[in-house]
Design a protein around this ligand. Structure first.
Ligand code: HAM
Length: 438
């Protein structure tokens, strides 16, 4: 038997329905903030991800050569593609741009619960705004979206400037390495690295740097931060951001050790966690960055985040069933003269739920109406078998045999109660529309 590739998953209808229900809430909330959906290709030129995404991501990229020998990659994340798209197509649009996406990403990681090789991100990017309000909007939107899913979460907000100031005496290479250790909260590894690098990368005074980094990691308030790093130029912006987030009642904590695994961040950074998950408990990551100029565009200041959709689903399922919209299911079962009426009878149920016109243009409101799923029985079995199959997959059977065909009626059978009544097709449709949740 062939198996699916390691780190990938199959989704049966029940799980897909749950995923779509949660995704739908994310979409609706993002749109209510004025963010509009975009899409980019599943693969890009490899270069897009090697320029500035950072060592961690680059080592995990699914890279391949196409038939012309060009280096391509499956997208490991979507911020770089979105900024590439902005430079290609979006530069003349009125800024700031508010975009969101929901798409799969690919990373060659060691799979475990909550860590996959194909996973989905719901992300937003705000392009062309640079103010404490822009940072605040992105963080508040992230909080709103996570709340909309029903997941229990905490938010940590940080800024790279204080850390950069502490690391300034180090050589650039050592700075990048230390940031990786910080991202993984690996102080022992960091200490070993700085000790080994000695006077080279570590340089004189690395012990003092390490001690300050430990204090920075522990700092949870702005006064603590200023005591450690003094008056940095970013102080007014950080204080303004703090004021807005508090005014909006957002529950968050400051964490100035957030280093992020990607190299493109420039200022505010933030992460979300689900306390009921194990090792892979980070459900969101984002921050301010500048990528447009790197891709040949203007220097548009940008900020955004991505929610790890699969982790949110794991976290939600740990606590409760995810409510999905259930449509009543009708199975049309015909015999003899009734057989030629099967598809038109099923259509009557579908049309009733889709609205009069039944087309997108004629009925833009159709999403708000109750919908019916109408199936036509396709088996060549006897009536008993047909009925027992219907009872497994449907809520109602609509039976049309010789008798019904002659009388111009149908028999509507409620498969949960066993009650059945002869009705006109129209009345049967009305009856099913009236039925409550099953
Ligand atoms: P990231 O932190 O690499 O950021 O990924 C965002 C989220 O995707 C993570 O917090 C995590 O929940 C989820 N995630 C990452 N890797 C996996 C995996 N292997 N399996 C399951 N879930 C995973 C970014 O990708 C940035 N592009 C976010 C961003 C948008 N920054 C600015 N704009």
């Amino acid at each position: 038997m062939l198996q699916r590739p390691k780190g990938t998953r199959d989704f049966l209808p029940e799980e897909m329905e749950e995923r779509r229900a949660v995704e739908g809430r994310l979409r609706d909330h993002a749109r209510s903030w004025g963010y509009r959906e975009i899409a980019t290709p599943a693969f890009e030129h490899l270069e897009l991800f090697t320029v500035k995404s950072g060592e961690g991501i680059v080592s995990e990229v699914y890279a391949f050569e196409d038939k012309k020998g060009l280096s391509m990659a499956l997208r490991p994340e979507i911020t770089a593609p979105v900024l590439r798209m902005y430079v290609n197509e979006g530069r003349s649009l009125p800024k700031p741009l508010r975009w969101f996406y929901f798409a799969d990403c690919f990373r060659y990681e060691d799979p475990q619960k909550g860590r996959y090789r194909q996973f989905w991100q719901f992300g937003t990017e705000l392009i062309g705004a640079d103010s404490p309000e822009a940072s605040a909007e992105v963080i508040l939107l992230a909080g709103d979206l996570l709340r909309a899913t029903g997941v229990e979460f905490t938010l940590q907000v940080g800024h790279l400037a204080p850390m950069k100031k502490v690391l300034a005496p180090l050589a650039p290479e050592a700075r990048a390495r230390v940031m990786r250790f910080l991202d993984k909260r690996d102080f022992d590894g960091m200490e070993r690295y700085l000790a080994d690098a000695g006077g080279g990368a570590g340089g004189p005074g690395w012990q003092a740097i390490l001690a300050t980094l430990r204090e920075l990691t522990a700092a949870r308030t702005l006064p603590d931060l200023w005591r450690l790093v003094g008056d940095i130029p970013e102080k007014p912006a950080i204080e303004a951001l703090d004021r807005i987030l508090r005014q909006e009642g957002l529950s968050f904590s400051w964490n100035f050790a957030i280093a992020r695994g990607l190299d493109y961040y420039t200022g505010m950074v933030f992460e979300g966690f689900a306390p009921n998950l194990g090792a892979e408990n980070q459900i969101l990551g984002g921050g301010e960055y500048r990528l447009a100029r790197l891709f040949g565009g203007d220097d548009a200041p940008s900020a955004g985040f991505a929610i790890g959709f699969d982790r949110v689903m794991v976290s939600l399922r740990n606590v409760r069933e995810i409510p999905v919209e259930r449509w009543p299911v009708v199975m049309v079962i015909t015999q003899g003269k009734g057989r030629e009426l099967a598809f038109s009878a099923a259509r009557a149920f579908r049309d009733a739920s889709a609205g009069d016109a039944g087309t997108l243009l004629g009925d833009v409101d159709h999403r708000r109406r109750k919908q019916i799923m109408a199936l036509v029985d396709l088996t060549e079995q006897n009536m008993n078998k047909k009925m027992s199959h219907a009872a497994k997959v449907a809520d109602f059977a609509v039976i049309i045999g010789d008798r019904e065909a002659a009388a111009g009626t149908v028999t509507l059978k409620d498969l949960h109660t066993g009650d059945q009544v002869p009705l006109s097709l129209e009345d049967a449709v009305t009856e099913v529309m009236k039925s409550g949740p099953r």
